[in-house]
Design a protein. Structure first.
Length: 108
């Protein structure tokens, strides 16, 4: 799958050291109310994360989402860390594309 040129250009900008540092160090706590609302509305969610993510703790960030959101598709990418859009944009694009296609089939 080919990643669009505009996305590649954006990835170059967003992969600057100061941007990556902010993305890695400025964690926001999970908003449990939002997660419950997503579950209540049965909104489909794809949860994409890297098995080698050293900045996000599975117990604190992944497990709560999996425990609350009921219409969830989880994709754990092997040999991938935290900055998936920058390090594996093709893999992320494929996951999103597959998720959208799955949703479109379900609506038929």
């Amino acid at each position: 799958m080919k990643v669009p040129l505009s996305y590649q250009e954006l990835a170059k900008i967003l992969s600057q050291p100061q941007i990556l540092n902010a993305a890695i160090t400025e964690k926001q706590p999970l908003d449990i109310k939002v997660l419950k609302k997503i579950a209540q509305e049965d909104i489909p969610v794809v949860l994409v994360w890297g098995e080698k993510d050293l900045t996000s703790k599975e117990k604190e960030q992944i497990v709560p989402i999996k425990n609350i959101v009921t219409n969830l598709t989880e994709v754990k990418l092997k040999d991938v860390g935290h900055a998936i859009p920058f390090t594996k944009p093709e893999a992320l694009a494929e996951v999103i594309n597959n998720f959208i296609h799955k949703l479109m089939k379900e609506k038929k």
